[in-house]
Every structure is written in C-alpha cells, then in structure tokens.
Write a protein that binds this ligand. Structure first.
Ligand SMILES: Nc1nc2c(ncn2[C@@H]2O[C@H](COP(=O)(O)OP(=O)(O)OP(=O)(O)O)[C@@H](O)[C@H]2O)c(=O)[nH]1
Ligand SMILES: [Mg+2]
Length: 441
C-alpha cells in the first residue's frame, strides 16, 4: 500500500495554462518511524500474569520518488513542501505485529535532479522508474521476543527506530534531444507546433512563451523530444530576459536548432542576431557552443527573406553550419529541416546522466557502519545492531566469566565509547538488544 503525491498532475499539452513555471523546489522528506514493540502478558484464567505476548511494531513507510512522464514542472511542490511517510503501528497484545506504515510515493517529472540540501550532493537523477530515497524505521520488538530460559517475564520491549527527516532540493533539467533557441518572436513556438504534437501559444509579441515547452517528434519510426527554449536575448547569460533559468534547460539537449527571423520583420539583422545568441551561449558555458547546431532561417514566406537568407548562408556555410530555409507558418521547408535534424541526431551520443555522488550513510543505512547504533528514549540508552546481537549470543548473564568477557567486547567494539558520547553516565540504564544493564564507566 502506498499514498501518491500529486494525485493528479496537469495534463500533457496544457502546460500553457500554467501561470508559473516552477523548476526548483526545496522540500522536507521523512520516512515513517518504526512502531514501538509492545509489552503485554497473556491473561489466563487463574494466572495473574501469563506468558509475555507483546507483538513487534510495524516498519515505517518509505519515501519513494517516481518519474511521471506526464509532469512537466515542479509546480506541485510550490504548495506542498512537507512529505512524511506513515509511521508503523505499535505492536499489540496476543503477539500481533503492528501494521507497516504506507510508503509515500512522490512523483516528479523526468529530469528531476535531487540534491541533499545540507551537503549539496546529488542523491538521484530521476530519469525513469522509481527509487526508494529514505527507508522507513524498523519496528521495535515486543516483549515476547525477549523470553529466555532465565527470564520468563520480560517487562520491556524496544522502541521503533525513529527516522530523521531531511531537506532536499529538486531541480528540473528538461530532457530534450533538440533545443530550439533564438530571439523572441522569431517563430520557435510556431516551429515546435509544425514539427511536433505540442500546441504552444503563438502570438506576435515578445515573451509569448514563458516556460520551455516540450514536444515529441517522429521520423522514420524514431521519436525524439524538441524543447522550445524561450527568453534568450542579449545579456541572458547575465540574467536579462528569462536569463539563466532557461539556459540551464539547453544544457542537457543533444543538439540545437537556432531559429532566426530571415524576414528581418523587427528591423534587426539576421547575422547580428545569430552572433548575439551565440555569444550568450558562450558566456553561459563553453560546452554549449560546442553542441552540434543547425540553423533555421524562418519566415521565408515574407518579403526580403530570400535576400537575408542568402547572406546568412554565405556567412555560416564556410564555418560548417547548415542553414535551412523554412516557413514554420506555411510548413515550407520544415520537412527537410526535420530530416536533417533526425540525421544529425542519429550520429550523436545520448546525454550523460548527472553524476550521482551516492547517498550519505544515514540515507541508506539504518545502522551506522560500526554495526550498531545508540539512541536514547525516556532516559534509557538503547544499543541495537548486528554486532550487539553477536555479542549477546555469546554471553551468559549468569556466568561471571562470560560477563567479564562481555564487558571487554563492548569496549573493543566501541560500544562503551559510543554510549559515553551519547551522554550515558554511571548508573544510567542501558538496553542492549532488549537486555537491561546498569552503565558503569
Ligand atoms: N509570416 C510568418 N510568420 C511567422 C512564421 N513563424 C512564426 N510567425 C509569426 O511570428 C510570431 C511569433 O511566433 P512565435 O512562434 O510565437 O515566436 P516565438 O519565437 O515562440 O516567440 P516567443 O515565445 O515570444 O519567444 C507569430 O505572430 C507567428 O505567427 C513564418 O514562418 N512566417
Ligand atoms: Mg514562443
């Protein structure tokens, strides 16, 4: 069983109805606490206290991240920022184990990179599928577990493992094969709608598109994703226009289609426009300028376009940049452009995923690497872990020799030191895997 967030996301193709494009979020996530073990004794006729029958606590729910290909933004995280999976239930009498907490599945768009807020480490690059990011706390053990030949009525149980929550940062890096770049109003969105199934808003003014739109194109039975990257103007690399925000989205594309208004309808020059956008890319990152690029001289249906396109070709072709003359509006030349895009794409490697730094210890391990852990509850110091289990198995509490050896093992394995560090003082109660002792330092 699991709960899912968000329950419903914005349908594909309706991104334009979003008032805000959210591609960053800081959220708090916490796996469920383990349920406490139960202390209980059977009630039997004529017997005051029957055998112990306290059940184990249930495990806490996990925090799971899952890619949802219908999501395009992190908008859902603008309103909800705390995510806690359900705790495990307490154990119950009659040896009944508490129910496990439900997992909480958090859906994110493909291309969401998750970083630990404190360390900045990349925890996951969510491209597809699901990942358990935080494991729920293990349930505690009920007193029925602690019966030994010499201890028939254990009056203790262990608490469930309490989890620590943490802040993570989500950043969306769109995964697109092709990025459409160019000045505002040159016809990027028109070209996206001419080549893909996307239906972005098109209008004759600057910054019609405020957030990258993605569309799926098909060619020779291969599909690829084209992203319309808006907001590039002179100074974008320093933050002008929509600035840096969207240059980030260009970063993970495999190739670029640089769209230019060949008609010069806004009184600018195609060659100048081309150079300005190239400069902005270079200022942002050298790697971007090395991305394979083809040029679309758009609005060829308008007067003056032929002359400008010719000059552009003479300027770019000697540098090895291919120029395609198109009219995104009438569809003229679009097919050839798409074919060239396909041909080029087939020669390009898939983008590298963002390198994951791996998770810090407490992310994945319930126990620390010493093989045990110490925690305090109601003034009692609990020590649990595989090492402790091993030690306890080899110890007979009724044999002084065995107990001396036991003390030595605790020192050798660093248990005493860890207890001291946790604040234990002589006289405090220490509970090792369910057995209580007085701490003597
Ligand atoms: N005549 C003609 N007009 C075009 C062509 N392509 C686009 N347009 C027009 O140019 C204007 C801008 O087109 P958009 O596709 O919205 O331009 P854009 O590059 O996405 O602009 P922003 O979203 O503002 O960055 C619209 O009025 C389009 O109808 C074309 O090939 N020929
Ligand atoms: Mg647009």
């Amino acid at each position: 069983m699991s709960r899912v967030f968000p329950e419903r996301s914005v349908p594909v193709g309706r991104e334009d109805c979003l008032t805000m494009f959210v591609d960053k979020a800081r959220i708090f996530i916490k796996a469920g606490d383990g349920g406490d073990g139960c202390v209980s004794f059977r009630k039997e006729k004529y017997v005051n206290a029957g055998g112990p029958d306290g059940g184990d606590g249930g495990d806490g729910g996990n925090i799971v991240f899952e890619v949802d290909h219908s999501m395009r933004t992190l908008m859902d995280f603008a309103y909800q920022r705390r995510f806690e999976a359900q705790p495990g239930e307490r154990g119950k009498k009659k040896n009944m184990r508490g129910k496990n907490g439900e997992d909480l599945v958090i859906r994110v768009p493909a291309g969401t990179v998750i970083r630990d807020d404190e360390t900045g480490r990349v925890v996951a690059d969510m491209r597809e599928g699901r990942r358990v990011l935080l494991k729920g706390g293990a349930g505690g053990k009920g007193n029925a577990r602690f019966v030994t030949p010499t201890r028939q009525t254990p009056s203790f149980a262990t608490p469930g493992k309490k989890t620590k929550g943490r802040y993570v940062r989500l950043a969306l890096l769109s995964i697109a094969d092709v990025g459409l770049i160019g000045f505002p109003n040159v016809g990027k969105s028109t070209l996206l709608s001419a080549t893909t199934s996307a239906r972005p808003k098109i209008a004759n003014y600057h910054f019609t598109t405020l957030a990258p739109n993605l569309g799926g194109a098909r060619r020779h039975d291969q599909s690829f994703i084209i992203a319309d990257i808006p907001g590039l103007i002179e100074g974008a690399s320093e933050g002008a226009g929509l600035g840096h925000d969207f240059l980030r989205h260009v970063e993970r594309t495999r190739m670029l289609i640089h769209v230019l208004d060949a008609s010069g309808s806004e009184g600018r020059d195609v060659i100048e426009d081309y150079d300005i956008i190239r400069r902005e890319l270079a200022n942002y990152s050298q790697a971007l300028t090395e991305r394979p690029e083809i040029v679309a001289a758009n609005k060829m249906d308008l007067p003056d376009a032929a002359e400008n396109a010719k000059r552009l070709r003479e300027y770019l072709e000697p540098r090895g940049v291919k120029v395609f003359e198109v009219s995104a509006q009438t569809g003229e030349g679009v097919d050839e452009l798409l074919e060239a895009t396909y041909q080029l794409l087939m020669t390009l490697p898939l983008p590298e995923p963002v390198r994951e730094d791996g998770v810090v210890e407490e992310w994945s391990l319930e126990r620390d690497d010493q093989g045990f852990e110490v925690y305090v509850q109601d003034g009692v110091y609990y020590v649990d872990g595989s090492v402790i289990k091993e030690i306890m198995l080899r110890t007979n509490p009724n044999d002084p020799d065995s107990m001396r050896h036991f003390q030595k093992l605790l020192i050798d394995f660093g248990v005493i030191k860890a207890l001291r560090k946790a604040g234990a003082k002589t006289g405090d109660t220490v509970c090792l895997e369910g057995m209580e002792f007085e701490f003597v330092d």
